[in-house]
Design a protein around this ligand. Structure first.
Ligand SMILES: [Zn+2]
Length: 107
């Protein structure tokens, strides 16, 4: 499957779940909560596992660790974007994207 198709398929699924969460019946919301939240949690955990801090406390994917030997004691320039996104989505109550229905895919 090409990335473009995969992207569209996943975004459509997320839009569907978001729509049910925002406008679905209580029964539908409880049902997707029980069936889909475990999948979403597993997905976030998979992403976080791929971006775990390495020996120097920075993400191996997002950092330029290949050039670490040039400046072995430098601090990471920016935190891992996956952890930042997860933290913002899960813990930041001021995030307008987590308000009902506002985080749907714009396409
Ligand atoms: Zn990262």
């Amino acid at each position: 499957m090409w990335l473009k198709e995969l992207n569209a398929e996943v975004r459509t699924r997320l839009d569907t779940l978001d729509g049910i969460a925002a406008e679905g019946s209580e029964h539908a919301v409880v049902r997707i909560g029980r069936t889909e939240i475990p999948h979403l949690v597993a997905t976030v955990r998979t992403l976080m596992n791929e971006h775990q801090p390495g020996e120097y406390g920075e993400c191996r994917v997002c950092s330029r660790q290949r050039r670490r030997w040039l400046k072995p004691f430098r601090r990471p320039k920016a935190p891992c974007r996956v952890y930042l996104a997860a933290r913002r989505a899960l813990l930041d109550e001021r995030n307008p994207a987590i308000e009902r229905g506002t985080n749907r895919t714009a396409s």
